[in-house]
Write a new protein. Structure first.
Length: 57
């Protein structure tokens, strides 16, 4: 059985500098994301923010 060569095509992906969006999902609905993180981890948020606010006052 002989092996026949298979031609492969190279696919190159490129982004146009005019169509790039820099992290659109990060800024979308940011206040609700922050509220969700704090409400899920309120103990850790209190232990982090307590000393920071206490030393600033």
């Amino acid at each position: 059985m002989g092996k026949t060569p298979v031609r492969m095509k190279a696919v190159i992906y490129a982004l146009s500098p005019f169509q790039q969006k820099v992290m659109p999902g990060l800024w979308k609905d940011l206040p609700s994301k922050i509220h969700h993180k704090i409400s899920d981890n309120w103990i850790s948020a209190t232990l982090l923010l307590g000393p920071l606010i206490g030393t600033a006052l």
